[in-house]
Design a protein around this ligand. Structure first.
Ligand code: AKB
Length: 315
């Protein structure tokens, strides 16, 4: 019987993944944790505990006393927020991963999930159809911590047989929680402005292409990876993962088809430089070949789904 601990459960990914894991394993087998006490109301279908991931002792006693068998470690400081306090972002992103990997080794956990990101790539990475293995020279503290984290995951797998699995997520777009300080988060915010009848000021320029993915595809990818037989997981750093690529202008036009009076202006700020250092599109053929990854949502299908469902979440 699996007992699953989710760290950072109230974030964009965690809010939706925790529900899917509870549906799959039963709410009594899932413990959602977050540093934010007020997040408790979100989790009436499973147990919730307040946890600061930097509190090593509390994390250890939860894993030990609750007989945890799997950890999904989702807590991180994202790219744009990380640049405001680089050392804090580095310490939180790295130390928390190392705590989790050490616990996985000590308690012989069945599996660990840890998300990486397209932020591991940098200005000298090939921009189009970025391969699984290529130059990686991240220039944000978030990207540097994700790249180092990938090396640690592979290290713990090879040295200690820790079954840790990871995906390099593109920008994730969901409507069930608010954006969390990322460079790709304009593509979440834009829907809120359209529905509120406000003009949207975009912090990236109109033709900035970035790899993106609708949340249901991200959840499916994560669960497919975690449920694949271990021998099919050939990449133990982190898998490239792709679905759609679009620019601010293209997503604006997709929304405008349903909200004809919607308006946009472009006011690039420090996040433009971050976006310019990331790929336009990703080659995820290894994920497709090794464990059968397929995405479902294109830009239009995602846009229609968000516009149909978000208004209900905003009231
Ligand atoms: C960010 O923009 O920082 C994140 C990411 C691409 O990992 N959404």
């Amino acid at each position: 019987m699996e007992k699953i601990l989710i760290i950072g459960a109230a974030g964009q990914l965690g809010s939706e993944l925790t529900l899917s894991l509870s549906n799959m394993y039963g709410g009594e087998q899932v413990i959602a944790t977050d540093i934010n006490q007020s997040a408790a109301v979100k989790f009436d279908y499973c147990r919730f505990e307040v946890l600061d991931v930097m509190d090593k002792d509390r994390l250890r006693s939860l894993v030990k006393n609750e007989n945890i068998t799997q950890i999904y470690h989702l807590a991180a400081i994202l790219s744009a927020t990380g640049e405001k306090n680089p050392l804090f972002a580095w310490n939180l992103n790295m130390d928390s991963l190392l705590h989790v990997l050490e616990l996985a080794k000590e308690f012989k956990l069945n599996k660990v999930y840890w998300p990486s990101s397209i932020a591991v790539f940098g200005p000298n990475t090939p921009m189009q159809n970025t391969p699984q293995n290529c130059v990686m020279d991240p220039n944000t503290v978030y990207g540097i911590s994700k790249q180092a984290g990938e090396r640690w995951c592979e290290y713990y797998f090879q040295k200690y047989n820790v079954d840790v699995r990871s995906l390099r997520y593109p920008g994730l777009i969901g409507y069930k929680s608010l954006p969390g300080g990322g460079t790709t988060d304009y593509a979440v915010d834009i829907f809120h402005k359209a529905i509120d009848g406000e003009k949207f000021e975009c912090f990236l320029s109109e033709n900035t292409y970035l790899p993106m993915m609708y949340m249901p595809d991200a959840i499916k990818a994560t669960l497919d990876l975690m449920h694949a037989p271990a021998e099919q997981i050939k990449v133990r750093s982190s898998y490239n993962l792709a679905a759609i690529s679009f620019s601010p202008k293209e997503i604006f036009e997709a929304i405008k088809m349903e909200y004809p009076s919607f308006e946009i202006s472009y006011q690039p700020d420090f996040r433009q430089k971050i976006a310019d250092s990331w790929p336009d599109s990703i080659d995820d053929s290894a994920a497709r070949a090794d464990w059968g990854w397929r995405h479902e949502y294109d830009l239009q299908k995602m846009t229609s789904d968000i516009l149909a469902n978000l208004p209900e979440y905003m009231v």
